[in-house]
Write a protein that binds this ligand. Structure first.
Ligand SMILES: [Zn+2]
Length: 99
């Protein structure tokens, strides 16, 4: 994973509380297995992997472990390890936690 030297101020990864719900539009997330790439995606955050980021033309991305929302929070669902792993754009993350 190669990181370019930022030529502008890079977006800071915000503090995201565990359990925060992210509602992501196509293009705001990537690398989530089993979900079509042009889908809306709603997840609850389990963990932000702050040390795993990458840059592309769309900006800075960070790796997140999460659960499907709302399916994983239903009462009959047993506790389980994060079942969604995805990259989320840092600017989108900031937007979601500021709401
Ligand atoms: Zn889950």
């Amino acid at each position: 994973m190669s990181e370019r030297v930022p030529h502008v101020t890079e977006p800071v990864i915000p503090e995201v509380p565990e359990g925060a719900v992210l509602r992501l539009a196509p293009g705001e997330w990537s690398h989530c297995q089993a979900v079509p790439v042009d889908s809306q995606l709603a997840v609850t955050v389990a963990r932000i992997h702050r040390n795993v980021t990458r840059h592309d033309g769309a900006g800075r991305w960070v790796w997140i472990a999460a659960h499907e929302h709302p399916a994983c929070s239903w009462d009959h669902v047993e506790p389980h390890p994060p079942c969604r792993q995805l990259m989320v754009r840092v600017d989108v993350l900031a937007r979601e936690v500021s709401q």
